[in-house]
Every structure is written in structure tokens, then in C-alpha cells.
Design a protein around this ligand. Structure first.
Ligand code: ARG
Length: 404
């Protein structure tokens, strides 16, 4: 018996994969795995319902808590970002692939299927994990390979061909042919693609947003929120200790209510395509803003400068899905060390789309009120004169050389 584990979202692309795997790729046993990383419950229910209709052996795996602690929190410590995008889809892929691998090993499957096309980043992320952990596994990506036409050539699938193909195989996919957005969701963010959204100069319509209120609908009164951190990860909101998952869930709701978290970037994808991308990442934007503010209070100038380089490298590796890369491990050793002092509280003011830092405190603060204050007696201002005179010595010499 040829068994395959299909990473199954329940959407149209992955649904088409089921009959294709049976008919074109010769798998007589399709196992569908839907990994719950915080997508809407309706999507999970739809995946389960469709898996039942297709007659697959189905598993839904709830990994939300693990996703927060082992993926989102490390991303906070590294200020996880790629070109302004909080890498929300990116960091979920390694965990989804890991769960598919674990299922395959448990059930004795030696092949994987996924619904990624050949244009995006997710094919890299999923397959890197699968190929690392099960190098001999066969990987089938029907959407990337395209539809076999009567002339024997392959062409990309169109949405209506996919819908017709499902119907021809006895499963009605209740999606209208003109559904235009391709959406990926998890508790760290929501990515919206498709239609005209990839065009750099197309203003996104309000209807694409679901997690963040529009400025017009936001409350007129600001909300002050205190976020407590320990060792670089958030542990409390307004003084109340929360589990990681509960904290992210609440941060998501509060930020979304105030319209915080919309991200619109030009993104350089892994294949080199430059594409405009829209995201809603309320929890990520809020928590990253607070984390950076606390780091700025407790780290030295040199540490901050160096860490911004480390963070950028980390973000790029995470974006590429290279979750087990040795450089990522090395960077995390540095990040782990510096986060030992990222403990304290940040106060954020949320108002109409912005999350503004209005306060920060920590027992590790490198701020000294007496030294910084204008009327300090400890700091003898006359002492700076010598330093001021010497400031820029080499550049003053250069000026002289150049201008005589
Ligand atoms: N461009 C983003 C990334 O590479 C999001 C891709 C999400 N996919 C989707 N079908 N919306 O992480």
C-alpha cells in the first residue's frame, strides 16, 4: 500500500490534491493532516468535513500552545521581521511540516504532498523540514507541477478548473468561482494575497481586513496597556500573569480592536520576485513594539547595534524557513544571553491604528536619573570640554588635508 501524508488546509488547492494523488500519483492511501496553528475554527471544521467527504484518514493536530512558545516567542526575542513583515506565515511552516513528518513516521508513510504553487516561499519552508528529517521521502506538489492537458503538456490550474475537477470527483466545493483572496492565517498573523493585491500601487480595499478595525471604527479613547516581560518574552498584561497562548490571544484582541497590526510591504520573495504583500498581525506588532522598547532600555549602545544585525540575519533565516540552520542556533546563543536582562514592563498607548510606547521600566535599566537630568550635581559638565575638543579628531585632520 502506497501511503502519503498530505498537508491539508481544507482549501481548494489542497482539496484538488486528494483525487490527484489517488489517480495521477498512484497513492491508494491518502492521510490528511490539518495543523491547527490558530486559523479560524471554521477553517478547521471545513477541512474535517471535506476530508470526510473525500474519505481520507484525517488528523487535526492542535499545536497552538507549541507554536506560541517555540516559534512566536523566539521570534519576539529576535524582533522577528523580514522587510517590515513579522514573518507570521514563515514561522508556522516549519511546525506544520514537523507535525506532518511525525504523523508519517507514526503511520509508516514515506511520501508527502502539499498544495504550494511554484511561485511562493512556502514550498521551500515545508520541503526543507521534510527533506531534512526524512531525506528519502517522496514529495508531491501537484499545484506546482500543473494540470496535465489533453496535449500532454502541463499548465497552471485555474480556480474554475479546480472546482470542476472536484465536482467531477464527487465533491462539491462550496466556494464561488470568483473568490479572489488567498488567505493564510495563524495566531501570529494573517496574510492576504490574490486579485490585484500584489500590485504595488493598488490601495487594498477595507474588506480584506478581518482582525484589525479600520481607523473610522476604532474607539476614540486610547487604551493604556502594560506588558510585562521576563527574559525577553511577554508574561503578563496589565499585571495579570498569563500563559503564552492566552497572552497572545488577548494581545491579538486588544491590538485588533484599536486597529493596530496592518502591514503593507514590498516583499522580495525567495525566488527573487518582488511582490506587494498585505498582512494583519495585531499581536505580533504590539508585542514586538514593546519588546524593542524594553531592549532599548536595558542594552548598551554596542549591544543594540550588534543585535540589530543579529536580528536581521535571524529574520532572514526564519523567513527562508531554515529552522535548523547552524547559524540560527549560533545567533540564538547570542540572543539568549542578551535576553537575560530583557525583564521589565512596557506601557503602550493604543489609539486608532498606532501602538505608541509611553513608558518602560526594568531593574536592569541602564538609565540613571541623576546623570541624565539637566540639573545633576554628580555630573560635572565642565568634564566634557576635553572630550568635545577631541571629538572627530581624524575627520578634522581629513578636512584640513582636503581643503588645505
Ligand atoms: N509572502 C508571505 C510569506 O512568504 C505569505 C505567504 C502566505 N500565503 C498565502 N497563500 N497567503 O511568508
Amino acid at each position: 500500500m502506497k501511503k502519503i501524508v498530505l498537508v491539508y488546509s481544507g482549501g481548494l488547492d489542497t482539496s484538488v490534491c486528494i483525487p490527484l494523488m489517488r489517480e495521477e500519483y498512484g497513492f491508494d492511501h491518502v492521510i490528511t493532516v490539518t495543523v491547527d496553528v490558530g486559523q479560524p475554527q471554521a477553517d478547521i471544521a471545513q477541512a474535517e468535513e471535506r476530508a470526510r467527504k473525500w474519505g481520507t484518514e484525517h488528523y487535526t493536530l492542535d499545536v497552538k500552545a507549541e507554536f506560541v512558545t517555540d516559534y512566536c516567542f523566539p521570534a519576539i526575542r529576535a524582533n522577528g521581521d523580514y522587510q517590515g513583515y513579522p514573518i507570521s506565515t514563515s514561522i508556522a511552516r516549519p511546525l506544520i511540516a514537523l507535525k506532518a513528518v511525525e504523523k508519517a513516521q507514526e503511520l509508516g508513510a514515506t511520501a508527502f504532498g502539499h498544495g504550494c504553487t511554484g511561485k511562493g516561499n512556502d514550498q521551500f519552508r515545508l520541503e526543507y523540514i521534510m527533506r531534512t528529517l526524512m531525506p528519502d521521502a517522496e514529495i508531491v506538489a501537484p499545484m506546482r507541477e500543473g494540470r496535465l492537458t489533453s496535449s500532454g503538456l502541463r499548465e497552471p490550474w485555474t480556480r474554475s478548473e479546480e472546482i470542476d475537477y472536484c465536482v467531477a470527483h464527487g465533491v462539491e466545493i462550496g466556494q464561488t468561482k470568483d473568490k479572489i483572496w488567498s488567505i493564510d492565517e495563524n495566531l501570529w498573523g494573517r496574510s492576504i494575497e490574490g486579485g490585484h493585491l500584489e500590485e504595488p500601487n493598488y490601495a487594498p480595499p477595507e474588506e480584506i481586513f478581518q482582525w484589525t478595525k479600520s481607523i473610522d471604527d476604532c474607539p476614540n479613547t486610547p487604551r493604556l496597556l502594560k506588558i510585562g516581560f521576563e527574559n525577553g518574552v511577554p508574561v503578563s498584561l496589565d499585571g495579570e500573569s498569563l500563559s503564552p497562548l492566552e497572552l497572545v490571544t488577548q494581545a491579538h484582541a486588544i491590538a485588533g480592536e484599536h486597529g493596530v497590526g496592518r502591514v503593507d510591504v514590498m516583499e522580495d520573495r525567495m525566488l527573487g520576485l518582488k511582490v506587494r504583500e498585505n498582512y494583519e498581525c495585531p499581536a505580533a506588532v504590539l508585542l514586538l513594539t514593546a519588546h524593542k522598547a524594553l531592549e532599548a532600555l536595558v542594552s548598551t549602545q554596542g549591544e543594540l547595534k550588534f543585535k540589530s544585525m543579529v536580528d536581521r540575519e535571524w529574520g532572514e533565516l526564519a523567513y527562508k524557513g531554515l529552522w535548523y540552520d547552524p547559524l540560527k542556533e549560533d545567533l540564538e546563543a547570542f540572543i539568549g544571553k542578551i535576553q537575560e536582562r530583557v525583564t521589565g514592563t512596557v506601557t503602550i498607548r493604543l489609539i486608532k491604528g498606532s501602538a505608541i510606547v509611553v513608558g518602560r521600566e526594568s531593574k536592569f535599566a541602564l538609565y540613571n536619573e541623576d546623570l541624565a537630568s539637566f540639573d545633576s550635581k554628580t555630573f560635572d559638565q565642565a568634564d566634557s570640554l576635553g572630550m568635545v575638543k577631541m571629538h572627530g579628531m581624524q575627520s578634522k585632520m581629513y578636512w584640513k588635508l582636503k581643503h588645505g
